[in-house]
Design a protein around this ligand. Structure first.
Ligand SMILES: [Zn+2]
Length: 250
């Protein structure tokens, strides 16, 4: 059996892929890479819905904390879109908090609204928690299962999250970032998933990231773990694949 991968978080709807979207999806699929694209704005969510149908990929819908300046009308449009397409999505996100974005109270208000919606729909949330991972964890307060996308917090919180049955997503940053390599070294594979955040976080300077690079993440994890002698490559691939399926009820 050929190894199977799922890129747990990317942005196929990003306009940066307008020129080669079909090619990158085909390349990924030909290499057994499935993908979950995550709408992060009203426009992005609408485009993502269209591409989900066109390319038969997995979908989540949310509202990125970077869009905090939007008024309630826009937030409500995304909220209603999620409700309307509940059956087409695996989860709500990306949503969360970002330390580099102003107005933390408004960020929290919007985040909380979408966590409540996820609870109502009985779906997991995909968290963007840059610099405020602990605050995100506190706000979720175990109301729903979460996946911390591109987790960049400390090992201690990662272990707490995993103990509480949340998921940590390791991104392509692990290919070159010491902090992320240390995280992998110190965590078991339980509740670990992998992602590219394409077209962002490219492992290759000057290139756009794309879902097939999720294989590089798994290879890096194997590289870090192989000296433990606990798992061979195929076992690591399977554990991560099954973690993702369990999290999103696929
Ligand atoms: Zn993202």
């Amino acid at each position: 059996m050929k190894p199977k991968y799922i890129d747990a978080h990317c942005h196929i709807e990003d306009k940066g892929f307008n020129k080669n979207r079909s090619e990158i999806i085909e390349l990924a699929k030909n290499n057994n890479v499935e993908m979950i694209t995550s709408g992060a704005s009203f426009g992005g969510c609408r485009r993502a819905l269209g591409f989900k149908k066109e390319y038969n990929i997995y979908l989540t819908l949310g509202f990125h904390p970077g869009n905090v300046r939007a008024d309630d009308k826009v937030v409500d449009k995304v909220y209603n879109l999620i409700k309307e397409h509940e059956k087409e999505i695996l989860g709500v996100g990306e949503i969360g908090l970002d330390v580099n974005v102003q107005n933390i109270n408004r960020q929290k208000e919007i985040f909380d609204k979408f966590v409540n919606l996820a609870k109502e729909l009985n779906k997991p949330v995909i968290i963007h928690g840059r610099g405020l991972e602990r605050e995100c964890y506190n706000l979720i307060n175990n109301r729903v299962i979460s996946m911390f996308h591109c987790y960049s917090g400390d090992v201690e919180l990662a272990k707490e999250l995993i103990d509480d049955d949340h998921y940590i997503s390791i991104s392509t940053l692990v290919c070159f970032s010491n902090h992320h390599q240390e995280l992998v070294k110190n965590l078991d594979l339980e509740n670990i998933v992998v992602e590219t955040d394409s077209p962002y976080l490219s492992p290759v300077k000057g290139e756009k990231n794309q879902p097939i690079n999720v294989i590089k993440v798994v290879e890096k994890i194997y590289d870090i773990k192989k000296n433990d002698g606990t798992y061979n490559y195929d076992e690591i691939v399977n554990i991560i694949y099954n973690n993702t399926k369990k999290l999103f009820n696929i």
